[in-house]
Ligand binder design. Structure first.
Ligand code: SF4
Length: 379
């Protein structure tokens, strides 16, 4: 099946599935409207919310850091890890943005992606095609060839179930022995310091609970005022990604703890001994002060705008650099914010479909026009 046939089929499925979800669960649209307002309140006072979030994380026994750029984020994580060797990661755009996996491997660590799509991207030395479905361009045959490299018993005619089982077997031994787990965050609640993660595979549960150190990386745009808002973001993101209800919603608020003896809360209990939250600026604070760009920070990474975009359907992952996890219409905005790269904007045809489907109502075409203007001035 060609890329065009594949993406057309997936886009149609996504469109129909999201419409079905919204019809069956109309409260999701209300939550999306509410979330837009709550996130905008944070964007307009981002410095204050960053400070409040860091204080909340300290209050719950965690450690919070603010990295001004990619290098600082890598250095902070490297320092936390020290001589720890085996690291398991769940799909995290923030880690990809700062090129964390390659950096840690270059430092002699053994690092494994545990999201199935991201795992396929890692073992084929590729880069993500889509923010929600990183290996969307890989069919069963290509996946079988890739998985054979880690499980020689796998036939190239293996079924999808057999392929998933092979990766499950391989990763299980990594979870059990991992020294540290690294995740992203769908949302970070400023009032409690809690991190919310949405998933279906169960890998995030393993990454956040089995290793004794959990490090969460999050762009500061992921901060929302309260834990209730964070749950809203989880719900809205899953619904507009066409995966509702999500199989799991994980909440982490500090290291593991118990209050079972004399109702005195002590830490650690069974789960991780340490919880670290690394907040990443990398251009976001500056964007929050720009009257046009600040709207891009509302993005909840549902990936829906990709499917409505004729340029993405044509170019796929080749649209935007191999170093970026962000592609499609949202990728144009995010590459400008985090890489100061305006060039992908010039491929935009301004069909306007992205704005129609965005749950946050982001005026993506206007922001892309603005970025084009900035790019033109750079010539
Ligand atoms: S820009 Fe909108 S549609 Fe695209 S990923 Fe972000 S929230 Fe989803």
């Amino acid at each position: 099946m060609s890329w065009l046939e594949l993406i057309t089929r997936i886009s149609t499925n996504n469109y129909l599935e999201v419409e079905r979800i919204l019809k069956s669960h109309p409260y999701v649209r209300d939550a999306a409207k509410r979330l837009r307002e709550r996130k905008m309140a944070v964007i307009e006072n981002l410095d204050d919310y960053v400070k409040a979030t860091m204080e909340s994380v300290s209050r719950i026994g965690g450690h919070a850091y603010l990295a001004k750029d990619k290098q600082e984020a890598r250095e902070i994580v490297s320092k936390i890890l020290g001589d720890k060797k085996l690291v398991v990661m769940s799909k995290t755009n923030a880690a990809y943005e700062v090129n964390l996996r390659e950096f840690l491997i270059s430092q002699g660590k053994e690092v494994w992606e545990t999201d199935l799509g991201e795992f396929l991207v890692q073992i084929t030395n590729g880069w993500p095609s889509h923010i929600i479905v990183p290996a969307v361009d890989m069919n069963r045959e290509r996946a079988a060839k890739a998985i054979k490299a880690i499980d020689p018993g796998i036939s190239e005619n293996a079924s999808i179930e057999e392929l998933v089982a092979a990766v499950r077997r391989f990763l299980m031994s990594k979870y059990i022995n991992a020294d540290a787990g690294i995740t992203g965050a769908n949302a970070v609640a400023a009032d409690t310091g809690a991190v919310i993660l949405v998933e279906n595979e169960g890998n995030i549960r393993m990454v956040t609970v089995k290793p004794q150190v959990h490090i969460a990386l999050a762009g500061i745009d992921k901060i929302v005022p309260t834990l209730a808002d964070a749950f809203d973001e989880a719900m809205v993101q899953a619904a507009y990604a066409g995966l509702y209800p999500p199989t799991y919603v994980n909440l982490t608020a500090g290291p593991s703890s118990t209050a079972d003896i004399e109702h005195t809360r002590v830490s650690p209990a069974t789960g991780p001994k340490e919880f670290h939250l690394v907040l990443i600026d990398d251009g976001r604070l500056e964007a929050s002060k720009d009257p046009v760009l600040k709207e891009a920070l509302l993005c909840i990474r549902c990936g829906r705008c990709y499917f409505s975009c004729p340029t993405y359907r044509l170019l796929g992952k080749d649209w935007i650099s191999t170093k970026s996890p962000y592609n499609g219409p949202m990728g144009v905005m995010w590459n400008y914010i985090t890489n100061d790269d305006p060039w992908p904007s010039f491929y935009c045809t301004h069909s306007g479909g992205c704005r129609e489907v965005c749950p946050m109502g982001i005026n993506i075409p206007d922001i892309i026009s603005y970025i084009k203007g900035k790019g033109t001035k750079q010539v």
